[in-house]
Design a protein around this ligand. Structure first.
Ligand SMILES: [Zn+2]
Length: 93
């Protein structure tokens, strides 16, 4: 190997760690936990299944929430779902 070609990653990754989480793929890679809840129930979402369905590039936040708009409570069929994203280190409750 001559080393004439070296791998270069844009200064973005080298300089500062990006913590922007925008897509389902980001959530899975970051080991985030995502809950969907209606007014009465709360369910942990299966990110792999979601990515299978919507794609890893699906942006999950916004107002109205695009992810919530795709979901429906599997217990009562409520379509007014809310999304809660928990970082891997932020164990709440
Ligand atoms: Zn429900």
């Amino acid at each position: 190997m001559t080393g004439s070609h070296s791998w270069r990653i844009g200064g973005k990754l080298a300089g500062m760690k990006s913590t922007t989480i925008a897509t389902l793929g980001d959530l899975r890679d970051g080991h985030y936990t995502v809950y969907a809840h209606c007014s009465r129930h709360s369910t942990m979402l299966d990110l792999d299944a979601l990515i299978d369905r919507l794609g890893a590039g699906f942006v999950f936040y916004g107002n109205p929430n695009p992810l919530a708009a795709r979901l429906r409570c599997e217990r009562c069929g409520d379509r007014a779902m809310g999304i809660v994203v928990s970082p891997p280190h932020g164990r709440v409750g």
